[in-house]
Ligand binder design. Sequence first.
Ligand SMILES: Cc1cc2nc3c(=O)[nH]c(=O)nc-3n(C[C@H](O)[C@H](O)[C@H](O)COP(=O)(O)OP(=O)(O)OC[C@H]3O[C@@H](n4cnc5c(N)ncnc54)[C@H](O)[C@@H]3O)c2cc1C
Length: 399
Amino acid sequence: MSKCLADRSIDHVVLERGEVANSWRTERWDSLRLLTPNWQSRLPGFGYEGDDPDGFRNMAETIVFIERYARVISAPVETYTRVTSLRENDGGFLVSTDRGDWQSRTVVLATGACNIPSIPKVAEKLAEDIVTLTPPVYRNPGQLPDGGVLVVGASASGTQLAYEIHRSGRPVTISVGEHIRAPRVYRGRDIEWWMDVAGVHDERYDEVDDIKRARQVPSLQLTGSDNRITLDLNLLTSMGVKLVGRLAGFSDGKAQFSGSLRNKCALSDLKMNRLLTTIDEWATENGLDGEHEPPHRLPPTEVEESPPLFLDLKATGIRSVIWATGFHPDYSWLEVPVLDRKGLIRHEGGVVAHPGLYLMGMQFLRRRKSALIDGAGDDARDLSDHLVAYLNGEIARAV
Ligand SMILES: Cc1cc2nc3c(=O)[nH]c(=O)nc-3n(C[C@H](O)[C@H](O)[C@H](O)COP(=O)(O)OP(=O)(O)OC[C@H]3O[C@@H](n4cnc5c(N)ncnc54)[C@H](O)[C@@H]3O)c2cc1C
């Protein structure tokens, strides 16, 4: 957004509570690599220039990438400046920080979608001697006691952590709710390449049938690694990870799981196959069939006939629980009345329901790719155009 505002000669400042790339520095585990290939972090006027476009950045490389971008575009970043409140003032906004106040006619909220881990309420019933961690504070298996681990959630974070922790010698059980399976490589190309060329990532918020639902869809079960493994439940099962259904509660030292595991996995296979069919149809329409391997499908997710509905934590040696159950944004500092009943910002494609206020970086904000690094550029171009029109008085009300 800073680059787009500078291109449009809009005077601005970027307030950051930590350093540039703060979330990548402070909220990610040691072994994490981006699940998007190197080529797929395209920012306005900036992209990957190395010799491994299909590789996956580790955290150090991701931080350097974003730092370099901030330098190249001369982004006016004020680091170590935490916004403590934002309120309406004089037809604009008063932005209070721990380093003084700013007055501004417009504000872009780009504080991230993943500030606070969403932990289910049932966690309160967990025995106190069980160690619990969330992905932003998890660094490596060495933080965990010896013994079994229950990973709750089977999207990208949950499956990656289950894989790493099981390989550390701690038996892992993974509790599986809604998730979306995807092959890392399809017909010889990365799945992200297919989703990019076939326009899946560009699908707009005003083109989908149910945008509320689309904004809640979990991340694809993908991981970035040198050998391009498909990290799905079948791989975890083959390693010895145990699958159980969605966590329903804890009672008398036992974890209780819903009986929906088989259905959830069947639904996930169905959605994956639907995505692959979209890709196949696009390849045929565009005459690419001859250039790529023929269409194929993965074997269905294997689930035992009657997965357990209870697990006695002590008897099965489970000593820690990882909550890989998603995130929500933190708007505790936002004093402009724009939150809905769920505490999310009311907006239309990033144009917030309050004149002069804009939102970035949320799931399916304007496009399917909006919450990816690769999605920021197109959204920032659109929203900065709107912002300029607003400043010029061409749009009286922002919605
Ligand atoms: C575990 C994980 C893995 C991911 N992997 C990928 C991937 O492989 N590829 C990909 O494209 N995307 C990935 N993402 C999504 C990724 O987070 C986004 O693509 C990207 O970080 C969004 O950038 P952002 O600037 O909108 O949000 P963030 O990176 O969250 O940045 C928000 C910034 O706002 C600052 N901030 C927050 N509150 C305040 C305040 N009150 N005052 C001042 N500053 C504040 C924060 O310090 C932070 O630096 C991943 C996300 C997670 C959680």
